[in-house]
Design a protein around this ligand. Sequence first.
Ligand code: ADP
Ligand code: ADP
Length: 225
Amino acid sequence: MSELSLSAVTKSYNKGKPNEVSVLHGVDLSVDRGEVVALVAPSGAGKSTLLHISGLLDTPDSGQVLLGGEELTALSDRRRTAIRRQQIGFIYQFHHLLPEFTAEENIVLPQLANGASRSEASKRALELLGTVGLEERGDHRPAALSGGEQQRVAFCRALANQPRLLLADEPTGNLDPGTSDRVFGALMELVRGTGLSALIATHNLDLAARMDRVVKLDAGRVVPD
Ligand code: ADP
Ligand code: ADP
């Protein structure tokens, strides 16, 4: 059973203009339930575009995007936004935590926006922080945390609303190699513990090898590794 399925997805920027850039030329890609897939692509190959389309932050010019079997490209913006908030977790290279809030509050806020009570949200935040070894750090603001710790908090935030799909763009790309390796281990533990499906873009072939399957984006299409 596919959790995410893209078929024949195409995308150009500046369509019909002299500076048109054709990025995706018929991408077929699926992520099964509970599967962790590595997306490997040279810079400029359209990795971010592909992640944005998968996460309903952008729409393809043609083709289909299914999440949990539901076709998403034709839905209203309002419905797409609701699905994005409830069903998809995002992780970027930089943590994007809110600096004026503590680690715990950064994980609580998306849950409050999704209708959780403060006490439920706080309980879940502390559980997640425990999973990544940061149970003692809940009341620290991001500036008081190391780069690796900030990124682990961002992982917890991405999982706060129990999404069905995790999309990550170079989740440890900002960290030195040793830290990257450990922090990636923490991410895998979180993902495996929840049975979440994930599509994780990385340049790091050692990290890619720790996932279930590697796909490459090449000349606008996805090819098996
Ligand atoms: P990657 O993440 O693999 O580096 P991107 O998906 O960011 O690649 O970009 C793929 C190509 O599309 C690049 O050539 C980039 O310059 C171009 N591109 C990305 N976003 C835009 C945009 N908003 N307008 C025009 N071109 C863009
Ligand atoms: P790294 O080597 O990963 O960049 P740092 O040298 O920034 O780590 O921090 C080392 C440890 O000290 C980390 O556990 C971090 O949480 C803690 N730390 C750093 N700055 C502060 C601070 N202002 N308040 C509390 N703890 C801090």
